[in-house]
Design a protein around this ligand. Structure first.
Ligand code: BTN
Length: 268
């Protein structure tokens, strides 16, 4: 059912085995699949242990947030999904995934990527509207009668430019386009898994303090940036005022501060 793990990926995983612990062990590789999140969920249903990782080099039905599709053409991106089971860590899996993707890209390429709430990995530009996204995170939880069964953390990273559809072409970028040279895909994967493993271990012990601090450090736009969004009452305008300890974005609107827990924001 799975394809052989490419040699460079196997080498990078072996070199980071101690830092990764269970994450990426095992790693299953697919040249093409529908969605790595679906493959990971079906393995999790059959009892796959925490840390089981699926990597594909193309997806035919990649999913993004808000039910959007995630553009996943062959060889242009890294499409990764990880089985997570620890209940204490579960509420923070999305934030940890964003931090891990940012740290993995930084460690493997040196690109100074940032996080834009909730979990877009971006390259900043002089004007917020020209900021470009190069990775995204989608965590999907499954619960049963006995509570949480598992969370699948999906991470999509644009490695090299592709013929992006028109709605993405001025908002998406890739590691290689930003670097101006080829990137070590296997190192991006291994470093992202290593970073995630470290944060997940802390979260599993019930400690989210350092993760939240690191997220805040990597997300300068979460404080002091002008933004607007659509509410049932009309367009709202506010200024970001930091990340709450549960992952909500705080936004100052005049004298009051509102919590945004999901939804699409427009950064001005
Ligand atoms: C976003 O909308 O920003 C989240 C995108 C998440 C995409 C990744 S690619 C690997 C995994 N499989 C999917 O179908 N989606 C996630």
């Amino acid at each position: 059912m799975f394809d052989p793990v490419p040699e460079d990926v196997a080498r990078a995983l072996a070199a980071t085995a101690l830092r990764r612990g269970a994450f990426g062990d095992p790693t299953y590789f697919l040249t093409e699949t529908s969605s790595t999140n679906d493959v990971a969920a079906s393995l999790a249903e059959r009892g796959a242990p925490e840390g089981t990782t699926i990597v594909a080099s193309a997806q035919t039905a990649g999913r993004g947030r808000f039910g959007r599709s995630w553009f996943s053409p062959p060889g242009a991106g890294l499409y990764v999904s990880i089985v997570c089971r620890n209940e204490a860590a579960a509420p923070f899996v999305t934030l940890a995934g964003g931090v891990a993707a940012a740290e993995g890209i930084r460690a493997a390429t040196g690109l100074p990527v940032h996080i834009k709430w909730p979990n877009d990995i971006v390259i900043e530009a002089t004007a917020p509207a020209r900021r470009r996204k190069l990775a995204g995170v989608l965590a999907e939880a499954s619960t049963g009668a006995e509570g949480l069964q598992y969370v699948i953390l999906g991470i999509g990273i644009n490695l090299r430019q592709a013929a992006y559809p028109p709605e993405l072409s001025d908002r998406a970028t890739s590691i290689e386009a930003e670097l101006g040279r080829t990137a070590d895909d296997a190192a991006v994967l291994a470093e992202t898994l290593s970073s995630f493993a470290g944060w997940f271990a802390q979260l599993s012990r019930g400690d989210s303090h350092d993760l939240l601090a690191r997220w805040r450090e990597l997300a300068p736009s979460a404080r002091g940036a002008s933004l607007e969004w659509d509410a049932p009452s009309g367009v709202m305008i506010g200024v970001s005022a930091g990340l709450a300890d549960d992952g909500a974005l705080l936004v100052r609107i005049g004298e009051r501060v509102e919590r945004i827990i999901s939804g699409e924001l427009r950064w001005k």
